[in-house]
Design a protein around this ligand. Structure first.
Ligand code: ADP
Ligand code: MG
Length: 719
């Protein structure tokens, strides 16, 4: 008999020969198929007919629409010496055409005569007066569906069908029907995994009902209820982990406690060329209390770019080392590791501290030596990239782990440590500010310290937005600043494409042009992500030592580099960057005494509509969408406070990687949007904490499946 864990190859429509493609996409069992949720729904109200659309377009309408039609015929025509595919459709009111420029063979095989499709895209009217859709999203409907749909106004689920599933011409399997049949036949076998009390307290649909309504909804209310439970569940599991960790932390052995010698700290401070700011002192005090307490520290230190977190990190390390333990400083790039290393050697010169640099790019034998010195306890402070958390590294007495620029990391490193049986103090440093409400709920068990004010004497960076057509005069300005004030300049080009090759090409090409044309009388360097760390290191050092006046770069300079003489940064195609990235990049300059400049350059003009009294709060969603780029650029030009910028960013994007919560580009939540679903989050958090309060190990029968669910841990552990 078939059950939920039965392989999908036993489903009639799939069969073994097709199952591989499903499996590759994570659909292995019947259960997996039940949990393969639609990414959107189409309901009758959002469908338009050809005549209406044509009328709207003629009146200036330009948003996406959905239309259902039947394929009349397809033709391949020549247009400007290129072949294009035209599919002619009809609906009750008339004809429309769908056009493809690429993949002609593939698409001609899909759009067979007399089949029905739902077509979604921006419509246009050709110069011959035809209603046209170019490379639209489309979805094949059965004759049945298209009738049902038209006549009863049913809601149709849309599934993201993985590319290889589509291309392998499992096309004759109608994915939607497959899921529907599977739901009807198997969903009743699903076992509820939320405790009854949680269901009733929170008004949640039972699991079986949820699955049915997700895949076969009959009303919007169905959808709302079903998705509420999906999100609640996702958040509940997340918050259960938070609650459990918090409980666990409270119970950890006091091995993390330190007692340091004040003389060590004084020696260090004597050697420091400046006074610590009030914020730095306060933060250090908070850290000190944590370090001296029985319970391991678990703290997030936030502070804008250039706010002076590094010194705080080193002093925290020193307190730890002074009490006979080791400290690790982990940073996201090798360049940065090296800068910190060089820095630390001069800062610690009055202290008896042995420091080692540990990098992935070092040779095995190099690393072996360092490893053995770490194991013997000879080394006190280890600075490195994630190489510091390799399996092979054994610490003699690890007391503190500092993670710099945490948003660049996979955050599971901490889990790895705990797995090694170590529960050191942890300090996470981040330059991406997290609004407080969110940090509390997301990090949950993390304490937060904030450096709000920059060290004194910093001039605000002058930021301007310029069109590319002004490049000549911008370059003149740059030359003048180099000539008169000996300034150094960053010229940044965006990651044009995912592919590093193209990135490389853009930056190298520009480099050649700049070097031979505009700046032939100046020394120009180049740095990009394809160089190995030794090369990057060389260039960065050369730049820091003044060998180049101009450094052309991709975004590799983004993180943490500190070059006081670099006072101008040109950011090309600034519209391609996010707010926090722009802010980070800008933070590369303005660390010295002179007035610094950040010049944002764009190809198009991005101008805010009546920018004098422009208020984000009052913008409609579509307006927001439309002016997003202009708003972003305007925000950067007019604000220097990272916390404020983070809030603007938050408003603009809803949820996003500004929190640094994304793991290799993946959002931590599959279904939840932290901003939109904040209410659900609070609800779920309450439930989670009360469950853990009553059953901290989740060993009661009613929590059995919950316990399994939170075990299945592919989620990042944050903080
Ligand atoms: P971030 O918080 O971005 O990591 P850094 O720690 O790199 O910032 O500090 C930026 C610069 O400010 C460094 O050159 C550092 O030496 C300097 N700095 C840090 N603290 C102070 C201070 N209290 N007074 C003056 N300069 C400081
Ligand atoms: Mg830093």
């Amino acid at each position: 008999m078939k059950g939920l864990e039965t392989s999908i190859q036993y489903l009639k429509t799939i069969r073994p020969k097709n199952s591989k493609v499903f499996e590759k996409n994570g659909i292995v069992t019947i259960r997996d198929l039940l949990f393969y949720f639609p990414f959107q729904y189409l309901d009758r109200t959002s469908i338009l007919t050809s005549e209406k659309i044509a009328y709207y377009v003629a009146n200036g309408f330009d948003s996406e629409v959905t239309i259902i039609g039947k394929v009349q015929n397809t033709e391949i025509v020549n247009s400007f010496k290129k072949k294009i595919l035209k599919v002619i459709f009809s609906d009750n009111e008339g004809l429309f055409e769908v056009v493809f420029f690429n993949g002609i063979n593939y698409f001609s095989s899909i759009f067979k005569q007399n089949t029905f499709f739902a077509i979604s895209s921006k419509p246009k009217i050709t110069r011959y007066g035809h209603l046209q859709f170019i490379h639209p999203d489309f979805d094949k409907l059965t004759t049945n569906e298209s009738n049902e749909f038209k006549n009863t106004g049913k809601i149709i689920p849309y599934y993201r069908i993985p590319k290889d599933l589509r291309e392998k011409k499992i096309g004759d399997i109608n994915f939607r029907n497959l899921v529907k049949e599977t739901v009807l036949e198997f969903s009743s076998k699903l076992e509820e995994y939320l405790p009854q009390s949680i269901l009733s307290e929170n008004n949640l649909l039972p699991l079986v009902e949820m699955i049915n309504k997700i895949h076969i909804p009959t009303s919007k209310a169905d959808l709302e209820q079903a998705w509420y439970r999906v999100k609640f569940e996702e958040l509940l599991i997340f918050e259960l982990r938070v609650a459990k960790r918090k409980k666990l932390m409270g119970k950890l052995k006091p091995e993390s406690k330190i007692t340091f010698k004040t003389s060590d700290i004084n020696n260090f401070l004597k050697n420091l060329p400046f006074q610590l700011t009030k914020d730095q002192l306060e933060v250090l005090h908070e850290i000190r209390l944590d370090l001296e307490s029985q319970i391991p520290m678990n703290r997030l230190l936030q502070g804008d770019v250039g706010s002076g977190k590094t010194i705080v990190a080193f002093l925290s390390a020193l307190m730890t080392i002074s009490s006979g333990k080791q400290a690790v400083l982990m940073v996201p790039t090798e360049i940065l590791a090296n800068q910190h290393f060089v820095n630390s050697i001069s800062l610690f010169k009055e202290n008896d501290v042995k420091i080692a640099l540990l990098l992935g790019s070092q040779t095995k034998s190099e690393r072996k030596i360092i490893q053995s010195e770490i194991a013997s306890g000879e080394i006190d402070l280890i600075i490195g990239t994630h190489a510091v958390f390799q399996e092979k590294i054994i610490f003699k007495n690890l007391g503190l782990v500092i993670i710099d620029e945490q948003h660049r990391f996979g955050v599971e490193q901490r889990l790895k440590l705990i797995e090694k049986g170590i529960s050191p103090n942890i300090l996470i440093m981040s330059a991406t500010p997290i609004p407080r409400t969110l940090s509390l709920t997301i990090y949950g068990d993390l304490d937060v310290s904030t450096i709000r004010n920059l060290p004194p004497g910093r001039k605000e960076i002058t930021t301007v937005l310029r069109n590319e057509s002004k490049l000549d005069s911008i370059y003149d300005f740059v030359k003048q600043k180099i000539n008169d004030e000996n300034m150094q300049v960053f010229i940044v080009y965006p990651l044009v494409d995912e592919s590093e090759k193209i990135e490389l090409k853009a930056a190298t090409e520009q480099f050649e042009i700049l070097k031979t044309k505009y700046f032939s009388e100046y020394s120009v360097g180049l740095i990009h992500g394809k160089m190995n760390w030794v090369e990057k290191e060389q260039v960065m050092n050369d730049f820091a030592n003044g060998k180049f006046q101009i450094l052309v770069s991709t975004t590799v300079i983004e993180v943490g580099m500190d070059i006081p003489n670099a006072n101008i940064i040109l950011i090309n195609e600034a519209n391609r960057f996010g707010i926090s990235q722009l802010h980070q990049l800008r933070g590369r300059v303005g660390r010295g005494k002179s007035q610094a400049f950040c010049i944002l350059i764009t190809k198009e003009n991005y101008i805010l509509p009546n920018s004098n009294n422009f208020d984000l709060e009052f913008l409609s969603k579509s307006e927001l969408e439309k002016h997003k780029t202009a708003i972003r650029l305007d925000a950067i030009v007019n604000n220097s406070d990272g916390f404020l910028l983070a809030e603007i960013d938050l408003k603009l994007r809803g949820q996003g990687d500004i929190f640094g919560l994304r793991q290799s580009g993946e959002p931590i939540f599959k279904y939840v949007d932290l901003i939109r679903d904040f209410q659900i989050l609070e609800q779920a958090r309450k439930s989670a904490f009360s469950i853990i309060e009553n059953d901290s190990t989740l060993s009661k029968e009613e929590n059995r499946i919950l316990a399994q669910l939170i075990q299945q841990n592919d989620e990042p552990i944050i903080g």
